[in-house]
Structure formats: structure tokens, C-alpha cells
Design a protein around this ligand. Structure first.
Ligand SMILES: [Ca+2]
Length: 462
């Protein structure tokens, strides 16, 4: 009896110990879950790399908060939803044995399996932190369907936060291509609504190409006047995205070919830097072929939108072929050339169209096309022009362009019409201001290099 009692006690102790270990493991040690097109979902918790699950959807369903779902190279049909409070990482481009990651040779391609976005994230009154790195997201389709949760916002990735929720979305090394949405955000829509809701969005080192919708062909980001939004886009390439005129009626029409921002509240800030907008198009009836933004005005030296070290080349729209901003914006070391404005509404501004207030510093606005003023058109309020190289500029409807100093109007001497790097002898070399200039250029070269800071996105390096 004595021995038996001891055994019972040991067994109980072991059970307690086991429970403690499991508890500690569950909370402190995030697990990796493994997914491969060569795997199987049947009775699989995805925890063993040698017997991975087959679908990302199953991997996400198995994952506990804090886990990382690793996806081997391969192409799969997926329609993924994250709508419970969690912290997750989705990581692609892994070798079949998950020992190495190489996005170029082992791309993980997630293709929509039906007429839905590839990834839907809904933080309705809850907290979600989702990281997605190293994935190709393509073929998403989001039609307007009131019967489902897909309302036509976001073709590749559809993300919403509302009812006081918190959504942190970190997207890196993504290729968002050939996605379509009925209303907004062909590649990605990220939207924040209601008091207490907060959106933290970072898109880095990614390419957004050949996506289409009505508003925000590549990416659409919006927040109502109660929500908080903090957005950083860094090293993102927007190419060949389309915002098309909506023929169904009643919807905003075809603005923001590459990127559309609608930030209505005072608690929003967007930084777009080191990014390239090339050959994106808005409708000829709308503005912002590369980028369109609507926001609150600049206040006490701070603007809700900062566009830094960006190149806008060969984008087109009705007005503001490269950039159209209604609100407050600061453009620093931006180069805009060969953009085109049809100017159906006589807005002009093939390069940059600004309604309201802002500052244009160290920018090259040159060789844009369409209705004049071709390079810079300003409406309603004062825009400060500081150490910029502008060919054709004009202001109307009460707008003024204020010469802050250091401005020139001379051929910037690009390498070629479509290559905005500067060549020796360019009048933009060392003639910008280092006050408020970024310390690197759009490719990471040090700024200043040489005797001073250059104008434009490129800092000339001999
Ligand atoms: Ca320089």
C-alpha cells in the first residue's frame, strides 16, 4: 500500500509538472508550423518539418498566437482569413526541408482559390498582429457581395480594423500581382474605422504590379475621422497598376492608379519613402496616376503625408499624372518626369497637382506632359517651393507657389528619359538643401555625397 501511494503521488507530481511545462511552452515558446504542397493536412498539427501540412489555411488554423507558419516554395490555391485575436507570422520561400529560405528560387505563390481575396484580415473590436514575409499573392478577386464579408475592398489582401480594434500588419518582401477588387485596393486595401480603432501598417521591400480596381489600383489605405492610422511604405515598387473608371455609377471614379490614400482624421500619418511609381494609371476623369491622397491640412510644421525619396515616371491620369494631393503634404527629394495629365477638368499638373497646403523641397519636377502647367499645378492655398528644379509651374483659384529659396529651372540631366539617375554636370547635384533632407537616397546611397545634398530621389555618386 505504501508503494502504491507513492506511485500515485509521483504520478500526480508528474502530471502537475507536465501541465506546467505545457503551460510554459504554450505561452513562452512560439512554435514553427510547416506547410508544403508535398505535405498532408490529415491529422496533422504541422509541428514537424519532415511531415508538413499541405495548406496554409490548415497551418493557420493549427497555429497558436505567437507561432510562425513557414511555407515551402510552391504554388497553392488558398483563401485565408484571420479574424480572431492573435499574433501570427506567415513566412514563405522555404526549401522543402525548411533549412533555408530563398524567395527567388523557391517562391511561395498563394493564388486565390475562388472569387475572394487571397488573404482577409478583420480586426473587429479585437487585436491582431499579422506579419507576412516572402510571399507571392496573386489572382485574388473581390467582387461586391453584401452576402459575404467581401465588400469589394482589397483584391490580394483585404484588411479592416473597426469597433475599437487594433490591427498591426507588417508586410515585407511581397509580390502582389494581378489581383482585382470591385471597389478599392486592387492589390491591398487597409482600412480603419470608428473611434478607438488603430491601424499600424508597414509595407517594405515589396512589388505591387498589374493590379486593378476603381480606387487605388495597387494599394488603397483609408481611415475615417475617428480612427488612428500609422502607415509606412518603404522600398515599394508600384508598376502597371490601374484605377479604372467605374461604370456602375455612384462610386468615386478611377483615382489613385498606384496608391490611394484617404485619411480623414487628425490622428493619421503616412510616410512613403524610397519607392518607385512607374506606368500606373488612373482614369482620365480622375486624378493621381501614381499617387492620390486626401487628408487633413498640414498643421504647425507637420503634414499628415510625407513623400520622401520617391520617383514617379510615366504615370497618367486626368490631372496630377504623377501625384495628386488634396490636403497637406510634404514632398522631399521626389523626382517626377514623363507623367501625363489629360486634364479633363483643366487641373493640369502632369507631374504634381496640389490642392491645399504643403511644401516641395529638393524635388525635380521636369519633362511631364499633357495640359499645362505640366510639372506643378497648385490650387486654393500656398505651397512652398524650396530648392526645387521645376520646368512648368502655375497656380490658380487662390493658390500660390511661394518661393522659399534655392529654386532653379534647368534640365536636370537624367541618364535617360526613363532613368532618373543624375549624370555629371547635372544642375541638381549639390544644389539641394540638407535641411530636412533624408540621409540616404532612394537606393540607400549616402546623402549628402560630395559637396552637398542633391535635388531629386537620386544622390549622385561619382
Ligand atoms: Ca551631392
Amino acid at each position: 500500500m505504501h508503494v502504491s501511494r507513492m506511485r500515485v503521488r509521483d504520478a500526480l507530481a508528474a502530471a502537475v509538472m507536465s501541465a506546467l511545462v505545457v503551460g510554459a511552452t504554450g505561452q513562452a515558446h512560439a512554435a514553427d508550423r510547416f506547410v508544403s504542397t508535398a505535405g498532408s493536412d490529415a491529422a496533422n498539427d504541422c509541428l514537424t518539418s519532415v511531415s508538413p501540412c499541405r495548406t496554409v489555411a490548415h497551418g493557420l488554423a493549427q497555429a497558436a498566437s505567437g507561432d510562425t507558419v513557414k511555407v515551402a516554395g510552391g504554388s497553392s490555391l488558398e483563401t485565408l482569413t484571420v479574424n480572431t485575436a492573435t499574433t501570427l507570422t506567415l513566412s514563405g520561400g522555404w526549401a522543402g526541408d525548411f533549412s533555408t529560405q530563398d524567395l527567388a528560387t523557391m517562391p511561395s505563390v498563394l493564388q486565390a482559390g475562388m472569387q475572394l481575396p487571397v488573404v482577409s484580415v478583420q480586426a473587429y473590436g479585437i487585436t491582431i498582429a499579422l506579419t507576412m514575409d516572402g510571399l507571392v499573392i496573386q489572382g485574388g478577386r473581390n467582387r461586391y457581395d453584401p452576402q459575404s464579408s467581401a465588400f469589394g475592398f482589397g483584391g490580394g489582401v483585404s484588411a479592416q480594423v473597426s469597433v475599437g480594434g487594433s490591427l498591426s500588419l507588417a508586410l515585407s518582401r511581397l509580390l502582389l500581382q494581378r489581383n482585382w477588387a470591385r471597389l478599392r485596393g486592387g492589390g491591398l486595401a487597409a482600412e480603419a474605422f470608428n473611434a478607438g480603432s488603430s491601424l499600424h501598417l508597414a509595407v517594405t521591400d515589396s512589388t505591387v504590379t498589374r493590379n486593378a480596381t476603381v480606387v487605388g489600383g495597387g494599394i488603397e489605405i483609408s481611415g475615417d475621422n475617428m480612427a488612428t492610422a500609422d502607415v509606412v511604405l518603404d522600398r515599394v515598387q508600384f508598376r502597371n497598376n490601374r484605377a479604372r473608371e467605374d461604370t456602375g455609377g455612384g462610386i468615386r471614379s478611377g483615382g489613385g492608379g498606384g496608391l490611394d490614400l484617404l485619411l480623414q482624421g487628425p490622428n493619421t500619418h503616412v510616410l512613403v519613402q524610397n519607392s518607385i511609381f512607374e506606368r500606373n494609371a488612373a482614369s482620365k476623369f480622375a486624378v493621381g496616376g501614381g499617387l492620390r491622397a486626401g487628408s487633413t491640412p498640414c498643421a504647425s510644421g507637420s503634414c499628415p503625408l510625407n513623400v520622401v525619396n520617391c520617383a514617379f515616371v510615366d504615370n497618367r491620369a486626368g490631372g496630377g499624372g504623377g501625384v495628386a494631393v488634396a490636403g497637406g503634404a510634404e514632398l522631399v527629394n521626389v523626382t517626377a518626369t514623363r507623367n501625363w495629365a489629360k486634364a479633363a477638368g483643366a487641373d493640369g499638373g502632369g507631374g504634381v497637382l496640389m490642392f491645399r497646403s504643403g511644401i516641395i523641397r529638393n524635388c525635380i519636377l521636369w519633362g511631364n506632359r499633357g495640359a499645362p502647367p505640366r510639372d506643378l499645378s497648385v490650387f486654393y492655398e500656398s505651397v512652398g517651393l524650396d530648392h526645387a528644379d521645376v520646368l512648368d509651374q502655375g497656380a490658380s483659384s487662390g493658390g500660390t507657389i511661394t518661393d522659399v529659396g534655392g529654386n532653379i529651372s534647368a534640365d536636370p540631366l537624367f541618364v535617360s528619359p526613363n532613368d532618373i539617375h543624375l549624370i555629371p554636370g547635372s544642375p541638381c547635384i549639390d544644389t539641394g538643401t540638407c535641411m530636412g533632407a533624408p540621409t540616404t537616397d532612394f537606393e540607400g546611397d549616402p546623402r549628402p555625397t560630395g559637396a552637398g545634398c542633391d535635388m531629386g530621389a537620386d544622390e549622385f555618386v561619382p
